[in-house]
Design a binder for this molecule. Structure first.
Ligand code: NAD
Ligand code: UDP
Ligand code: UDP
Length: 343
């Protein structure tokens, strides 16, 4: 009997697969379009740390290799220089479709290209997902609500968008991107997810992308004038990037197929926001008001009931904590820049 037991004991480890084997089974091949950008690179970090194979497709319009350079050379990581307006033929299990400029000055720089990226680009991604039977998550935006006349904004609100205004290339581009996604889902029986992302900030934001967080922090750090467009009474709600990434992955892994708002409901006027950043950075920057921006949404705050209910998700990072991390990142970037200028 003892001999039999000892033989059985030796067999046990073989009967139960070890953790590495289980991880291998759970590993997915995941495409992140726009993965060299601000949000995309943080998402790549999470997926890589979970042990997945990650492929980034990016044309580096607003993204940069530096954002993902720490993964270059890793056996699970691959980067393709690719413009999503062109077809892409690869084999993957999941797709996070983030490719699109996100800040107003960037998406207005070449509006036709912004529209092509969000229409033809999304068609290509949906075509790819259809061919390989991949689950696909589309990064949409709170801009689909336009200048909202309902506050806060639930997903059931259809929006208030000027179809021919300066923001239309982005807003309508994202709206058609959502429409395409649900048309494919219905017609081709595909698994789709749509995240309506609200204003997000954090390290690796493009320094000169003209968004309010980067502008105010840079202006405060350099002791320059802090520029508020218009009265500053308009509001935004800012979420820290790691909260967003948690939400994106939860949404992908959920069974929920309708659009989901991902944002932090803590709302501030732009005036308050300028004061918070000035206080945090210190320095003597003056706060000055300049002319208002055309079609600037006046109020924005997510209703996140859906995300709480279906994803069990809500943001965790407090604004001051998130801003401190972002200020440190910008400070370091400025230091590197001035160092490279000197040498
Ligand atoms: P970002 O500009 O930092 O990143 C976008 C990435 O997409 C960049 O790396 C860029 O080079 C790439 N890209 C652009 N056009 C492309 C094309 N035609 N082909 C391939 N790559 C292309 O912006 P982000 O803040 O990281 O935004 C990521 C996504 O989230 C975008 O789809 C954006 O619309 C959405 N979003 C962001 C916010 C926010 O506050 N950051 C809010 C709402 C929605
Ligand atoms: N597509 C792609 N990769 C693929 C499959 C399709 O980029 O692996 C593109 C292709 O350019 C096509 C688009 O996705 O135009 C839409 O594909 P779909 O199969 O829906 O349409 P069709 O090929 O019939 O036009
Ligand atoms: N804004 C500002 N000063 C700046 C940049 C932006 O007052 O230097 C304002 C802008 O008019 C808007 C808000 O801040 O009301 C958020 O602008 P951002 O471009 O960051 O994002 P979005 O308008 O897409 O929410």
């Amino acid at each position: 009997l003892e001999e039999k037991i000892s033989i059985l004991e030796k067999q046990i480890p073989k009967t139960y697969p070890d953790v590495r084997y289980l991880n291998y089974l759970a590993r997915k091949r995941i495409l992140v379009t726009g993965g060299a950008g601000f949000v995309g690179s943080h998402l790549v970090d999470k997926l890589m740390k979970e042990g997945h194979e990650v492929i980034v497709a990016d044309n580096f319009f607003t993204g940069r290799k530096l954002n993902v350079e720490h993964w270059i050379g890793h056996e699970n990581f691959e980067m393709i220089h690719h413009d999503i307006v062109n077809p892409l033929y690869i084999e993957v299990d999941e797709i996070y479709h983030l490719a699109s400029p996100a800040s107003p000055p960037h998406y207005m720089e070449n509006p036709v290209k912004t529209i092509k990226t969000n229409t033809i680009g999304t068609i290509n991604i949906l075509g790819l997902a259809r061919r390989v039977n991949a689950k696909v998550l589309i990064a949409s935006t709170s801009e689909v609500y336009g200048d909202p006349d309902i506050h806060p904004q639930p997903e059931t609100y259809w929006g208030h968008v000027n179809p021919i205004g300066p923001r239309a290339c982005y807003d309508e581009g994202k709206r058609i991107s959502e429409t395409l996604t649900y048309a494919y889902a219905k017609q081709e029986k595909m698994q789709v997810r749509v995240a309506r992302i609200f204003n997000t900030y954090g390290p690796r934001m493009h320094m000169n992308d003209g968004r309010v967080v980067s502008n105010f922090i840079l202006q405060a750090l350099k002791g320059e004038i802090i520029t508020i467009y218009g009265s500053g009474g308009q509001t935004r709600s800012f979420q820290y990037v790691t909260d967003l990434v948690e939400g994106l992955v939860s949404l992908m892994n959920s069974n929920y197929t309708l659009p989901v708002n991902l944002g932090n409901p803590v709302e501030h006027t732009i005036n308050e926001f300028a004061a918070i950043i000035k206080e945090l950075v210190g320095g003597n920057s003056k706060i000055v008001h300049s002319s208002e921006v055309e079609d600037d949404p006046q109020r924005r705050k997510p209703d996140i009931t859906r995300a709480k209910k279906y994803l069990n998700w809500e943001p965790k990072v407090n604004l001051n904590v998130g801003l401190q991390k972002t200020v440190s990142y910008f400070r370091e970037e400025l230091r590197k820049f001035s160092h490279s200028q000197r040498n």
